[in-house]
Design a protein around this ligand. Structure first.
Ligand code: 9WN
Length: 446
């Protein structure tokens, strides 16, 4: 595969982002994803920063329209007049006094990337614009990180607990789905499963109107995720009130690795702008960086998420194992072992890096987070490799990612074995991160 023309790819990426633009913010994809999502907007802002830092700043600002009075940043902000009303009904955010009055949001969060996006935007901005931007955005990000530690790290152990797989961003990743399979199911759901009626649910689904069912969550997984969201609602989506027996509580690897990388960005941008982030948050940041190591399994040579109640690791290899490369502050035997794993055949098929290794029993080449290659996880792995001075491998993955998108289009995800584009077409974060990867000169480590 040769190097695709960066300028041409960047131009096409911008067309996708313009097509999905909804005023100040950008939806992930026309049709299937009409609303604003948290980590999508951060990836979008990172890409836009290369082209138009002011528009990127607007994208991030629009995300904070949804911030709750307690600091929580919701994973979705519903577009006014959205046809996705069913989804808004799950949450009914306005019934919570802390939720904003002028927009409807979900009541859970998503990987905490705003600090990373803010750093990319600030670095791209003209000197005169940088300070006012940071003075506005840093306090909001601080409030969000404080909420994460206050509301989701009840034991002050340094690891944030997630209450729903939608929070981890890798929604149907096998470890979470196995955990959901153990959940006590309502009687009606057992009946649906027993009588194989799940296919009936397909007629009620919105997503399969846009994307073939074989590329989306299975009916069983989809149902369980809905049941869990309704159950969490009973407890006000409040971890303090959620009984472990009726909940699925996970110290999620991807989320916590991203949090550590984001904390580092937050400390840097706050220091650069002379904004104190407070001793308490600084202590939380240090604790998180150390606690991430607890998720490492020395015998397997991989990181795993953990059941927050029992402490048991959630087995099954996933791409999340590589995200601590981005989080780790120094290169160790462990990081070297992770880098070496990337060359294993299951992790390095023709179109790397798959969300589940191709030789794992759960691998499903075209189904969502159960196998496909995603550009956002590749981007974070590229950042991680560069961070540890693994420039050659970072550049190789960058080149392969660009070539894949040049050949298959700006799809939501791709088969790691055939390179076929799956899920939504014209997907915003694929476009934005391609814009970033195509525009950057192969990078030197931080
Ligand atoms: C539920 C928007 C979002 C991404 C997630 C991805 C998918 C939503 C869905 O789409 O999740 O939040 O409807 O399946 O898993 O990472 O943010 O692109």
């Amino acid at each position: 595969m040769g190097e695709p023309s960066g300028a041409d790819l960047a131009r096409r990426a911008l067309e996708v982002l313009d097509h999905n633009r909804r005023g100040e913010w950008t939806c992930p994809a026309d049709g299937i994803y009409p609303n604003q999502w948290l980590w999508d907007s951060c990836f979008i802002a990172i890409g836009l920063a290369r082209h138009d830092p002011q528009r990127a700043a607007g994208e991030l600002r629009a995300l904070f329209r949804g911030q709750w009075a307690n600091g929580m940043l919701p994973h979705m902000i519903f577009a006014a007049g959205s046809h996705d009303a069913g989804s808004a009904r799950i949450w009914r955010s306005r019934s919570f006094p802390e939720a904003p009055r002028d927009v409807e949001t979900s009541c859970i969060t998503q990987p905490p990337l705003p600090a990373v996006a803010a750093e990319h935007i600030a670095n791209a901005m003209a000197e005169a614009d940088r300070r006012p931007f940071l003075e506005e955005i840093v306090p909001e990000i601080v409030r969000y990180h404080e909420w994460l530690y206050r509301a989701r790290d009840l034991g002050q152990r340094g690891l944030v607990t997630l209450i729903h797989p939608w929070e981890c961003g890798l929604d149907t990743t096998p470890p979470w789905m196995t955990e959901l399979g153990r959940m006590r199911e309502p009687r009606w759901m057992r009946a649906v499963m027993r009588w194989h009626l799940a296919h009936v649910v397909r007629f009620l689904r919105r997503d399969t109107r846009y994307v073939p069912a074989c590329e989306r969550p299975s009916e069983d997984d989809g149902l369980r995720m809905l049941v869990l969201a309704h159950r969490a609602r009973r407890y006000g989506f409040d971890l303090r009130r959620m009984p472990p027996a009726d909940s699925v509580l996970v110290e999620d690897l991807a989320f916590n690795a991203i949090l550590v990388a984001a904390n580092r960005s937050l400390v840097r941008i706050a220091a650069g702008a002379g904004i104190p982030i407070g001793e308490h948050l600084q202590r939380c940041c240090a604790r998180s960086a150390a606690a991430l190591d607890e998720l490492w399994d020395e015998s397997k040579g991989e990181y795993f998420s953990r059941n927050a109640t029992t402490g048991a690791p959630l087995g099954g290899s996933t791409v999340a194992t590589f995200l601590p490369l981005w989080a780790a502050s120094s290169t160790t035997a462990r990081t070297a072992r992770l880098v070496a794993r990337l060359s294993e055949p299951g992790w390095w098929p023709r179109f790397p890096v798959p969300s589940v290794p191709t030789d794992a029993p759960e691998f499903d080449a075209e189904r969502y987070w159960k196998g496909p290659t995603w550009v956002n996880t590749n981007w974070m792995i590229i950042e991680g490799l560069a961070h540890h001075g693994e420039q050659e491998l970072a550049d190789e993955l960058r080149r392969r990612t660009l070539a894949l998108v040049a050949a298959s289009g700006f799809s939501e995800y791709f088969s790691p074995t055939t390179g076929h584009g799956d899920g939504a077409g014209e997907f915003s974060w694929t476009a934005a991160l391609v814009l970033d990867l195509a525009t950057r000169a192969p990078r030197s480590p931080e």
